[in-house]
Design a protein around this ligand. Structure first.
Ligand code: C5P
Length: 238
């Protein structure tokens, strides 16, 4: 496979075309950003850990019947993925209150919700990815009714699969963010990544954060937490 031009550079990844139109090359960077990149850092080894964790989780989800753009892990920092047209919505699912919902609604952190809450955010850095209604997505053409229905169904399935997975390694899945894209057949599949950058993981018993909140809140040992997630996943076996 020959890597060609860089198509996109995001806060945590770079995407390249290859000589095969059905294959893109996704490189995980060592940068960590929070609050829409108002806070930034470089951490050697972070890209490798997220590539390992995200590849592992996409493979696990595929075994549970959930399709994603992931093809295979190529080397430490890179994986190949299918080209998709990204739906400009971030889908957040919450099992427990934390982060922006607490700030926005004046809620205490750590309240277990009686059922999963799904929220949509408009993917637009300049606007700080605002929370939007489904009707906004429909009226402004970001997604169709069918797309929203499919994304919600897949998000709930991902939640069930990830709760089962993280339960088995003594971690509570607090919340996570997913992105979706349409493949060449127009089918909606998971895209982007599923990693400690995009999820909240709390260790059962201690409540210790094992995710990007360690960076957001200056809790220290960010990479130690990511390494711990990888250790538990890899020791669990597939
Ligand atoms: O910040 P907030 O509480 O809304 O985040 C909810 C979940 O979505 C967290 O797991 C966070 O890591 C993830 N998220 C993300 N990318 C964003 C916003 C949130 O991965 N741009």
């Amino acid at each position: 496979m020959e890597i060609r031009e860089m198509l996109y550079e995001g806060k945590a990844k770079r995407l390249y075309s290859t000589d095969d139109p059905e294959v893109l090359y996704l490189e995980y960077k060592n940068s960590l950003t929070a609050f829409n990149a108002k806070k930034k850092a470089e951490m050697e080894g972070k890209g490798e850990l997220n590539n390992l964790i995200s590849s592992w989780i996409f493979k696990y989800l595929s075994k549970k019947g959930i399709e994603s753009h992931f093809i295979e892990k190529i080397n430490d920092n890179c994986q190949t993925v299918k080209p998709v047209t990204i739906v400009p919505l971030e889908v957040v699912l919450r099992n427990v209150t934390a982060g922006s919902i607490c700030k926005r609604l004046g809620l205490e952190q750590g309240m277990k919700l009686s059922r999963p809450l799904i929220e949509f955010y408009y993917k637009e850095d300049e606007l700080d990815d605002p929370l939007v209604l489904e009707d906004h997505a429909l009226l402004f053409g970001w997604a169709t009714e069918e797309d929203l229905k499919t994304m919600k169904e897949i998000t709930l399935k991902v939640n069930d699969a990830l709760i089962e997975l993280f339960d088995s390694i003594d971690i509570d899945l607090v919340d996570f963010k997913l992105e979706f894209g349409k493949d060449s057949d127009g089918k909606i599949i998971l895209a982007d990544e599923v990693s400690p950058d995009t999820c909240r993981y709390w260790e059962k018993g201690t409540g210790k954060s094992l995710d990007k909140d360690r960076f957001r809140k200056d809790m220290g040992d960010v990479l130690g937490a990511y390494r711990e997630i990888w250790r538990r996943l890899s020791e669990r076996g597939e």
